[in-house]
Design a binder for this molecule. Structure first.
Ligand code: ADP
Ligand code: ADP
Length: 228
């Protein structure tokens, strides 16, 4: 049974076909990178995977269960975490509170326990010392790690990344590569939209190349990057 099973997924914005019959199976712990020109539907595709955008037709299944209008969205978005390009951290909460707030409010986990878990995960992504700071006091790379830690605090099966390296220097990008490899080793599936070819090559198990709302090609990175 596949972690993610996507069959003929289509999405329209009015008349415009943003996703055109996307089909793809993704395994547990697999690292998928979505490449393609601007406007090809990459963001829309990953946003459909946790129903930030509802699809119009086709079937989306996670661990064999259909995701549709009846799915509990709060529960779904814990299982399918998302790390946004601009991080979307709560500016008025500390790093620790950013990480503990959803487990407390959504899962009713007591504050002490939620904060213990958050501290452990912040250490895992290498920013334990920043726990009591506010997002504005951190570098872009550190904010990115907080965004990843916050998603991890919900114990997700899948994490979606939208341009995770967009604002990062090479050292911070290498940090994200290490973290994503570590997630995969823990069995967490990642689906990552990026423009950075070097980053794509370093993390991808498979490259999904999109154009005009369609999947044009699904290939291992070594083939994608050496094709004539
Ligand atoms: P990419 O991530 O590959 O740049 P997007 O998924 O953001 O592509 O967008 C795919 C296409 O859908 C683009 O033409 C974009 O303008 C259009 N689009 C995206 N979001 C919306 C929206 N909310 N309303 C209308 N059109 C949209
Ligand atoms: P990305 O490049 O990461 O896909 P965009 O800048 O294309 O981001 O889109 C940012 C936001 O604007 C998204 O919420 C998307 O749904 C919305 N959007 C994109 N294109 C359109 C459009 N043509 N009409 C309305 N909303 C759009």
């Amino acid at each position: 049974e596949k972690r993610l099973s996507i069959r003929d997924l289509s999405k329209l914005y009015n008349e415009f076909v943003a996703l055109d019959h996307i089909s793809l199976d993704i395994e547990q712990g697999e690292k998928i990178v979505v490449l393609g020109p601007s406007g090809s539907g990459k963001s829309t595709f990953i946003r459909c995977l946790n129903r930030i955008e509802p699809h119009d037709s086709g079937v989306l299944m996670i661990d064999g269960k259909i995701i549709d209008q009846k799915t509990d969205l709060t529960e779904l978005r814990g299982r399918v975490g998302m790390v946004f390009q601009n991080y979307n951290l709560f500016p008025h909460l500390t790093v620790l509170e950013n990480c503990a707030v959803a487990p407390r409010l959504v899962r009713s986990i007591p504050r002490g326990q939620a904060e213990d878990t958050a501290r452990r995960i912040l250490a895992q992504v290498g920013i334990a010392e920043q726990a009591s700071k506010y997002p504005i006091q951190l570098s872009g790379g550190q904010q990115q790690r907080v965004a990843i830690a916050r998603a991890l605090c919900m114990d997700p099966e899948i994490i979606l990344f939208d341009e995770p390296t967009a604002a990062l220097d090479p050292e911070a990008i290498s940090g994200v590569v290490l973290i994503i490899n570590d997630l995969a080793a823990q069995g967490i599936t990642t689906v990552c939209v990026t423009h950075e070819m070097g980053f794509a090559r370093r993390i991808a198990d498979r490259i999904v190349f999109m154009d005009k709302g369609r999947v044009q090609e699904i290939t291992p990175p070594e083939e994608f990057f050496t094709a004539p």
